[in-house]
Design a protein around this ligand. Structure first.
Ligand code: URA
Length: 235
């Protein structure tokens, strides 16, 4: 692939912008400056730097972010900064999107990708991907609430009750809840329907992949084959 096209595919701007970067000597490929925008390289496995920043060619990008509170999962946020502001610009330019959404005040595991098939798999209700949330509640959780969440609660937009796949009481005001649907404000509405209220919501797992404890709040990591295999596991 021509260097100019390759850089464009990786989010470094229009072909003209990429050409200017190359001609200015700002791009190194496999360790050497390349000033020919039309030089051909095999993209698979290619390492390059742009302005000294190292990158690997990726056909698709898969990321996990430890989402902080106070960020919106929107490209055009209304009241808070966007989670996209936590990513390097080339990832935003190449069209990375959040895989589903977490509310502004929710925290934890947020997946991002530019692979449409992957996004579909993890957002389609029919795929029933399990997601585990740690829920801090305002009031003490009693047995009746746990039973209601497991048996299914009615949400006003759906006649069919929605149940949790698992609901473990961690302490008086903390639950670990596993759900497979992705409705708007699902967990908050389920907890409200069970007679309690969410004070804090933190997603820890999607499929079989859990947020690594070592990933600091507000940071993101690349997902490679091992993590993608875990994600594909259904819990
Ligand atoms: N359910 C909610 O209510 N909010 C989230 O952010 C995620 C799931």
């Amino acid at each position: 692939m021509e260097l100019e096209r390759l850089l464009r595919s990786q989010g470094f701007g229009s072909r003209a912008e990429c050409r200017v970067r190359v001609l200015a000597g700002r791009v190194k490929v496999a360790g050497d400056v390349c000033v020919d925008p039309y030089a051909h390289f095999e993209p698979a496995g290619l390492s390059f730097t742009v302005d000294g920043e190292p990158w690997n060619y990726r056909e698709f990008v898969y990321l996990a972010m430890n989402k902080p509170a106070g960020y919106e999962c929107s490209r055009r946020p209304q009241h808070y900064p966007s989670v996209y502001s936590l990513l390097p610009q080339p990832l935003v330019t190449r069209g990375v999107q959040t895989v589903g959404r977490l509310d502004q005040d929710s925290t934890g595991l947020l997946l991002l990708s530019d692979d449409g098939q992957f996004i579909h798999t993890f957002t389609s209700p029919r795929k029933r991907v399990p997601k585990v949330y740690e829920v801090t509640t305002r009031h003490m959780v009693d047995d009746a609430q746990v039973m209601a969440l497991l048996n299914g609660v009615e949400l006003h937009d759906d006649a069919k009750p929605v149940g949790a796949v698992a609901c473990i009481r961690m302490d008086e005001k903390r639950l670990r809840l596993t759900v497979t649907e992705g409705k708007y404000h699902l967990v908050k509405r389920m907890i409200a329907a069970a007679g309690n209220r969410v004070e804090a919501l933190h997603r820890i797992t999607v499929g079989g992949f859990s947020l690594p404890l070592a990933l600091p709040v507000g940071q993101w990591m690349w997902l490679g084959s091992p993590e993608l295999e875990l994600l594909a596991q259904r819990g």
